[in-house]
Design a protein around this ligand. Structure first.
Ligand code: ATP
Length: 349
């Protein structure tokens, strides 16, 4: 959608400090296309950034829904800062709906794990990633925010692929104790049963749930980190939802260390009140990690990559940008040496 969007009176107000000048924002190639937005590489001032641009839906209602989700994401991102949460840089006023964040070049956890198959992550590495997630979630919950869409697709790796950061806050919500929340769809495979398990799976049903839904999703991601398998393999999303909610099916814990089985089983407990808080999860993971390192007599094994050179992030666009900045090209509008980079302001105003 081109041009400026009308700002509705009841829309949340974005603080001025987060408003960036579109003239200083340059767009590079597209990295990805999500359900509601396209994500581009870009440059803002001297930094590489990711630029997420809202897509107009096929109807006005759809666009309004997407816009609301986008605004919610902006408000959440602007409220929290943590080394395991994607860093918000800003948004543009009176322009396309745009979210500018730090650019993470390591790809998603989903892609990373897929490239590793059939091998699994080294246990120590899996626990370090789980700790990244647990710490990010601790920060969100401490700020009264529920993510509601925690899954490997939404966990991005830094360029060195050593650290995970949580992204996509489109479904994130403030938690208020008495509020009833609508059951918008995330992805059932990772979703706590109480998010959808009334008698039917009707969209828009109102129901009670709380931040413990994120603990359930975390358990499924932890299970994937430990097994590198797809949860509820062979089932459709709906079959997985039915199995988890009505038949109490959970992923198999065969070959998982006992301490971690106990953690998984408490996190995916049907009763949200029996699930631990992320603070407790972090300390359990830390103590498990120290038990691992204390029994170790040899240096930690390197992750088995097989033939896959997974450090090569599948984004020629990123490399293009990096090469350009190394060559010291000035990225200015109208400069033909800018190649595929265009000034955001010129492209979308
Ligand atoms: P969904 O429909 O899943 O909710 P979305 O439209 O809200 O998606 P995101 O999930 O935020 O969009 O982003 C889509 C994809 O873009 C991500 O899976 C990731 O591959 C890429 N991406 C998003 N932000 C960044 C970033 N900061 N750095 C690198 N890649 C990113």
């Amino acid at each position: 959608m081109k041009g400026s969007d009308p700002v509705l009176n009841d829309e949340p107000k974005i603080e001025d400090k987060w408003l960036i000048d579109p003239k200083l924002l340059y767009l590079g190639p597209k990295i990805a296309e999500g359900g509601h937005a396209k994500v581009y590489e870009g440059m803002y001032k001297a930094s590489s950034v990711a630029v997420k641009i809202l897509q107009s839906g096929s109807t006005a209602e759809e666009y309004a829904r997407r816009r609301e989700k986008f605004l919610r994401e902006i408000m959440t991102l602007s409220r929290v800062q943590h080394e395991n949460l994607i860093k918000f840089i800003g948004t543009c006023k009176d322009s396309n709906m745009v979210i500018v964040t730090e650019l993470l070049m390591g790809g998603s956890l989903k892609k990373f794990l897929r490239a590793l198959r059939p091998s699994c992550l080294d246990l120590e590495h899996a626990i370090c990633f789980a700790l990244d997630i647990s710490r990010a979630m601790e920060c969100l919950h401490a700020n009264g925010i529920i993510h509601r869409d925690l899954k490997p697709d939404n966990l991005l790796l830094t360029g060195d692929q050593k650290k995970l950061k949580l992204a996509d806050f489109g479904l994130a919500r403030e938690e208020t104790v008495t509020e009833m929340m609508t059951s918008e769809t995330g992805t059932y495979r990772w979703m706590a049963p109480e998010l959808y398990s009334t008698v039917t799976l009707r969209r828009g049903d109102k129901k009670h749930y709380n931040h413990k839904v994120d603990i359930y999703s975390f358990s499924i991601v932890l299970w994937e980190l430990l097994t590198n398998r797809t949860p509820f393999e062979g089932m459709s999303n709906l079959q997985a939802a039915y199995a988890a909610a009505f038949k109490k099916v959970r992923p198999s814990v065969d070959n998982i260390p006992e301490d971690l089985v106990a953690l998984l089983e408490s996190c995916w407990d049907e009763d949200p009140n029996c699930r631990p808080e992320f603070q407790q999860i972090t300390s359990i993971l830390l103590s498990f990690l120290s038990s691992l390192t204390s029994v170790k007599t040899t240096p930690p094994p390197v992750i088995e990559l097989g033939q896959t050179s997974y450090l090569q992030f599948d984004s020629p666009g990123t490399r293009h940008l990096m090469d350009r900045s190394r060559e010291g090209d000035e990225m200015k509008p109208g400069n033909s040496s800018n190649g595929i980079l265009g000034c955001f302001n010129e492209c979308f105003s």
